[in-house]
Write a protein that binds this ligand. Structure first.
Ligand SMILES: Cc1cc2nc3c(=O)[nH]c(=O)nc-3n(C[C@H](O)[C@H](O)[C@H](O)COP(=O)(O)OP(=O)(O)OC[C@H]3O[C@@H](n4cnc5c(N)ncnc54)[C@H](O)[C@@H]3O)c2cc1C
Length: 596
């Protein structure tokens, strides 16, 4: 397994130099999060992830989660690591102080989650799902529900799940069959089967709080008839202590390609006692709170596995000796040169590095918006919320598709050794493969971006972002070193709006045009978004070099990677633009029967 080292230098570059988190923190009243404190938290988080979680990654994959008669046992060391995580206060880092949290900014929590996921993606699923449950209860639960459940979830003695999927539906939640029948005491009897439930059953916490989508007997058809319920594994007594076992059990767990240590459970609800969260029939809205959080978290899994893969690949490329450099021996004292001398190996490493660092910038910017969406200034909060809604599907889909490409390249750098288990590179690719699928497939993210967010807002949400890019390009148009990049970014930014208009016009005549263009539209958007962040990082790096920074290697590498991104990866945007423009005809011409 590649040894994981948290990329603290790159993290600090974004936090301090590019995005100036400190200003945002004082703006939102999080003045406790001083730069010194942030730095200390990142260092402690890095230690925990490198020393406790990373060593359990390989063994967790080999042992997997084990089901026996409804009881799920996590791999050796998982439970103890979770106890240490809770003890260290990590679970409640960004949680509300009114319910036992530390109230630190969400962006800080996201950086810690990057370290957790890079060290051990499977393990990170358990606290990850809990964070999602916490945000839904926080946003929509009653005060009593917050006191009863949120406090224990924050403290980490209980964990959470998100129960949406059923055997016959994952994307189309409007057709769920799970039923909720009102009871005389104000609770509901929940019955049905949910599948693929991450962390549905395990041995890491005293209680598991399931957030379950179900339908009331008189509910309207479709998504307008879905309600959200809290269903605890153990009922909770009036004094908060654990009562008898509720009617929910784990029927089995899945045997799967990756994230083997994360228990993926079939959950059977048999008249289980449940409690409505928020309003009846508004469950999907409540779940969206959890899903936005979870979608950013899932996008991070692309970066996490990509980062771990890059770290393994770059070390291997320095050590592995094969053939001589085309320009003559670089290590004449050795029987061959290290493979890092070969242009094609560099192409792979730089592609990995450019996607990882670009995706990290996108994620940290989005996390900053998450902080700003809680700003006391209502206009600022609303603007941040809009941008957040726009960028979330891009984070989820672009970061996981490119993250998967990165893990594949990491394996390629190792040649045949990447394909065998010993080096751990194939595990990273297997673990990453689920990320484009769950939390709404990437195809669904693309429809969300183009259909709901962009066209649904008559282009307003897109304009919110393209204006930022436009202003940046105007300000930097004459940048002495980066003006070619800035001009390219400005051109693509303009084309983004034009492409959107063309698709919008075509969709008025034929609704299939949206579905036909959506994935290429999302990928085009992702490449332009990353170009914006690479240009921003370039401007900062150039300024640091000119100011005589004593960390010249870091800034030179940043500029060179940015240039690689613009010259070798950004041209892909034009291919996506052409494909998005190609229309639905060539997709819809064959009849279903003609797909032999
Ligand atoms: C390891 C793992 C963990 C999971 N964890 C959880 C969890 O904790 N909680 C939970 O509730 N679920 C969980 N899931 C379920 C996951 O979210 C779903 O599998 C996913 O949303 C897709 O649903 P589906 O599998 O039913 O596929 P389907 O909905 O049947 O989709 C099949 C294909 O059709 C495409 N498709 C469907 N509708 C459309 C459309 N309108 N337009 C274009 N394309 C469309 C999809 O993109 C996909 O490619 C997990 C799944 C796995 C494998």
């Amino acid at each position: 397994m590649p040894e994981y080292k948290a990329p603290l230098r790159d993290m600090r570059f974004l936090v301090d130099e590019v995005f100036d988190y400190a200003s945002t923190y004082s703006q939102i009243g999080a003045s406790d999060a001083t730069p010194d404190m942030v730095s200390a938290i990142l260092e402690e988080g890095a230690k925990f992830c490198e020393q406790v979680l990373a060593p359990l990654n390989r063994s967790g994959d080999e042992e997997g989660a084990v089901w026996n008669e409804g009881v799920v046992t996590t791999p050796k060391g998982f439970k103890e690591a979770f106890a240490q995580y809770v003890e260290g206060g990590w679970n409640g880092l960004s949680a509300d102080t009114n319910y036992g949290g530390q109230g630190l900014p969400h962006s800080l929590g996201l950086i810690i989650s990057e370290m957790v996921g890079s060290a051990n993606t499977s393990w990170g699923m358990y606290p990850g799902l809990t964070q999602g449950a916490m945000s839904a209860i926080h946003a929509h639960g009653s005060e009593e529900q917050k006191q009863t459940y949120l406090t224990r979830l924050t403290e980490g003695t209980w964990t959470g799940t998100m129960c949406l999927t059923e055997p016959h539906c994952g994307t189309d939640l409007g057709i769920i069959k799970t039923r909720a029948v009102p009871q005389a005491d104000g609770s509901y009897a929940i019955s049905g089967t949910k599948i693929f439930i991450s962390a549905g059953e395990h041995d890491m916490s005293q209680n598991i709080i399931h957030l379950v989508l179900a339908k009331l007997p008189d509910a309207p058809a479709g998504t307008k008839g879905i309600s959200l319920f809290i269903v605890p594994k153990f009922n909770v007594n009036a004094d908060g202590s654990l009562g008898d076992r509720n009617g929910v059990s784990c029927g089995s767990i899945e045997h799967k390609m990756g994230i083997k240590a994360s228990a993926t459970c079939v959950m059977n609800f048999d008249e289980a006692k449940g409690f409505l969260i928020g309003e009846a029939n508004k469950g999907l809205n409540c779940m969206f709170t959890m899903m936005n959080h979870a979608r950013l978290g899932t996008g991070m899994q692309g970066l996490c596995n990509g980062e771990a893969s890059y770290q393994g690949a770059v070390r291997y490329a320095h050590d592995r000796l094969q053939m001589r450099a085309l320009t003559g021996p670089k290590a004449p004292d050795k029987p061959a040169d290290p493979i890092i001398v070969h242009p094609d190996v560099r192409r792979m490493l730089l592609t990995m590095k450019a996607f990882n660092e670009g995706n990290r910038a996108l994620a940290y910017f989005t996390a900053q918006l998450l902080d700003l969406s809680h700003s006391p200034d209502a206009d600022e909060a609303a603007a941040a919320e809009n941008l957040l809604g726009f960028l979330t599907p891009i984070c989820k889909a672009f970061m996981t598709d490119t993250g998967l490409e990165v893990t594949s390249l990491g394996m390629q750098v190792f040649g045949g050794h990447g394909y065998i288990r010993e080096w751990g590179m194939e595990q990273l690719m297997r673990d990453c493969r689920i990320a484009p699928i769950y939390e709404g497939t990437n195809g669904i993210q693309a429809l969300d971006l183009l259909g709901r967010k962009v066209l649904g807002s008559q282009g307003k949400l897109l304009a919110g972002f393209t204006k930022i890019v436009h202003k940046f390009c105007e300000a930097q148009a004459e940048h002495p070193q980066l003006k070619a990049q800035i001009a390219e970014l400005a051109k693509l930014n303009r084309q983004w709006g034009e492409l959107t208009q063309r698709i919008g016009m075509a969709a008025m005549k034929n609704p299939d045009e949206v579905g036909a263009a959506s994935v290429d539209y999302l990928m085009y958007s992702g490449y332009v978004v990353l170009a914006y962040f690479w240009a921003r990082m370039g401007v900062v790096a150039q300024a640091q070099l000119e100011a005589g920074s004593d960390d010249a290697d870091f800034y030179q590498a940043k500029l060179a990677t940015g240039e690689f991104y613009f010259r070798r990866l950004l041209p892909r945007a034009s291919a996506h633009l052409a494909a998005a423009d190609a229309g639905s005809d060539c997709l819809m011409r064959l009849s279903a029967e003609q797909f032999f």
